[in-house]
Design a protein around this ligand. Structure first.
Ligand code: TXA
Ligand code: MG
Length: 327
């Protein structure tokens, strides 16, 4: 294993085009040396490190300020790479067949011989796996030829980045390279499902709607309070902008800016046609834009709780939760 790089860099990380094969090669060299590379995925930008290098993963937790009990997702090219890391039930095969590469993360029993540093999955006996669909992420994982852990590329507790510029704003001085692959088309993090025996459980709603998954798994259990430890990262306050938030608002009150949806037009509208996929794509950028305008109170129009609306409402509720719930 190579020596770890410096824990904190002062120079801002360069932003380079992910479509350039020479840039992918450079990124692989940085990752092999234990460095940190932000990569575009179809959901949000991820901060990638070599999943097998404990020093690199420790550096990743430090760069994000992420509590070490919150395990990371290992990103693979596809099922062939996944089998080496985790027990692979038939249901995993069916889900991967339908939705990989794409915005679905599977939590599976970790194989004892998996080449994954213990710190990467917080010492649990399970591991979260996802094959991202974005061409740049696929190219990077294939060229690296092994799993890359990658949480969203934002300081812990902040809004997830959906452009390279967002990554630079939050983490630019703490990482080595930012691959620019444009704006993320899905815009919300992946849906996380646990397949650990028993009923498949929805740990985090996300960029793949529940009903699409349930068409294969049957009804998913919800990670209720009893199972909260299953999803250690699902703290109440997360994805938080600086402004205070009020949800389900039909109109703005004095001092508020209104984030609209459909016919509630607002100061900024997530989707004038009421399209939930469009709203998901632009949600995090909209929260950033309103923050940057200096809004101190953001009111948000009601979003239907169906399809991708479940994940949008989940993120809005976390953004609206009191900040002292943040660990
Ligand atoms: O779309 C995404 O999932 C993005 C992109 C970069 O792939 N990644 C992402 O990672 O959102 P992160 O670290 O921000 O969220 C991963 C979630 C956390 O809630 C974490 O607690 C949960 O997955 N998780 C990871 N491993 C787990 C495990 N073994 N058991 C239960 N939950 C796990
Ligand atoms: Mg995150």
């Amino acid at each position: 294993m190579s020596a770890p790089m410096q824990p904190a860099l002062s120079k801002p990380a360069p932003i380079k085009p992910a479509s350039d094969p020479a840039v992918i090669e450079e990124a692989v060299a940085i990752l092999k040396a234990g460095g940190l590379v932000a990569m575009p995925t179809e959901t949000v930008y991820g901060l990638a490190a070599d999943a097998g290098n404990a020093d690199a993963v420790a550096r990743l937790y430090a760069a994000k300020g992420r509590p070490r009990f919150n395990p990371l997702i290992a990103h693979v090219a596809g099922p062939n790479m996944a089998w080496r890391l985790a027990g692979w039930p038939d249901l995993a095969d069916q889900l991967a067949e339908s939705f990989w590469p794409g915005p679905l993360t599977l939590v599976l029993p970790k194989r004892p011989d998996a080449p994954i540093a213990d710190i990467a999955n917080a010492g649990l006996d399970s591991i979260a796996l996802r094959a991202p669909r974005h061409a740049a992420a696929q190219a990077l994982i294939r060229a690296f030829d092994g799993p890359l852990v990658a949480p969203s590329a934002n300081p812990s507790g902040a809004v997830s980045p959906t452009t390279a510029a967002h990554v630079a704003e939050g983490l630019g001085d703490r990482i080595d390279l930012i691959l620019d692959g444009g704006a993320c088309p899905v815009g919300l993090e992946s849906t996380v499902i646990a397949l650990l025996g028993g009923t498949p459980t929805l740990l985090r709603p996300g960029g793949l709607a529940r009903r699409q998954i349930e068409a294969i798994t049957g009804r998913l259990a919800d990670a209720g309070d009893g199972e909260a430890l299953l999803a250690p990262g699902m703290m109440k306050s997360h994805y938080a902008p600086n402004a205070a938030m009020r949800l389900g608002a039909e109109t703005a009150q004095p001092g508020e800016v209104l984030l609209g949806f459909g016919t509630i037009s607002g100061d900024l509208n997530l989707s004038e046609t009421g399209d939930l996929a469009e709203a998901a794509t632009g949600l995090f950028a909209a929260l950033r834009t309103l923050d940057a305008r200096g809004a101190t109170r953001i009111a948000v129009a009601p979003i239907p709780d169906e399809g991708l609306g479940e994940a949008i409402n989940d993120r809005l509720q976390r953004a609206a939760a009191p900040k002292d719930d943040l660990i």
